[in-house]
Design a protein around this ligand. Structure first.
Ligand SMILES: N[C@@H](CCC(=O)N[C@@H](CS)C(=O)NCC(=O)O)C(=O)O
Length: 214
């Protein structure tokens, strides 16, 4: 059975849980905290990041690599578009969502959530304001042009939608919400993705794991 190394709350681990849930693939979670300095875990992933998975003799890391493996191992329902140009665009959204958008949106989460709760440090609100007021708006303007006003980017819900939305879910835990008056398509996609049953179920477990609503 697939073993997923990671924890609820990571935008990257979330992608893997949701992809497996949508495919109906059985898996087991091996709780692995990021930033833990766990030397044993470096045998699984020398970069020490989460997620990683093992499946029999296979050991791989990185949510993009893992999700593509899941897609190939469990083709139905498709989580990537079939047409070459659409697939390239989906790859780009996954890359952009997992790099620059994550850096910014989870930068807010890191400052306001991880620093106080995990590292007992004050958040750098100056940095947060710079992200919110200066760095995120041009990215959101770009995404607003790419995202439809209804439904999902490629018709059905796919990894591309989740990759863009996942970092904003973390930002929402730190009280940042995309302004629906300025970026209605982005804000709408976030809500539609959160309403996908498998996404909602993972977010519920995440809220429990992170102690929200207690
Ligand atoms: N590109 C990787 C990024 C994974 C990543 O950065 N994970 C974070 C947790 S959200 C992590 O493990 N950080 C610990 C570290 O950087 O040492 C992916 O898509 O899986």
């Amino acid at each position: 059975m697939i073993k997923v190394y990671g924890v609820h709350g990571s935008p990257f681990v979330r992608k893997v849980f949701i992809a497996l849930d949508i495919k109906g693939a059985p898996y087991e979670i091996v709780r692995q905290m990021p930033f833990s300095g766990d030397e044993e875990y470096k045998k699984i992933n020398p970069l020490a990041k989460v997620p990683s998975i093992t499946d029999g003799d296979l050991t791989i890391a990185d949510s993009k690599v893992i999700c593509r493996y899941i897609e190939n191992a469990y083709p139905e329902p498709a989580l990537y578009p079939a047409h070459a140009a659409d697939l390239a665009r989906a790859d780009w959204y996954e890359e952009m969502g997992g790099t620059y958008v994550t850096e910014l949106a989870t930068g807010i989460f890191f400052q306001r959530f991880m620093r106080p709760f995990a590292f007992k440090q004050d958040p750098d609100e100056e940095l947060v304001s710079k992200i919110i007021d200066k760095q995120l708006p041009p990215v959101l303007d770009y995404l607003e042009e790419q995202i439809p006003s209804n439904g999902f980017i490629f018709g059905d819900f796919m990894l591309a939608d989740l990759s863009i939305v996942s970092p904003f879910i973390n930002a929402s835990y730190a009280n940042y919400h995309v302004d629906s008056a300025t970026w209605p398509c982005v804000a709408g996609l976030i809500e539609r993705v959160k309403a996908v049953p498998q996404v909602a179920a993972v977010l519920k477990k995440e809220a429990e794991a992170m102690g929200f609503g207690k």
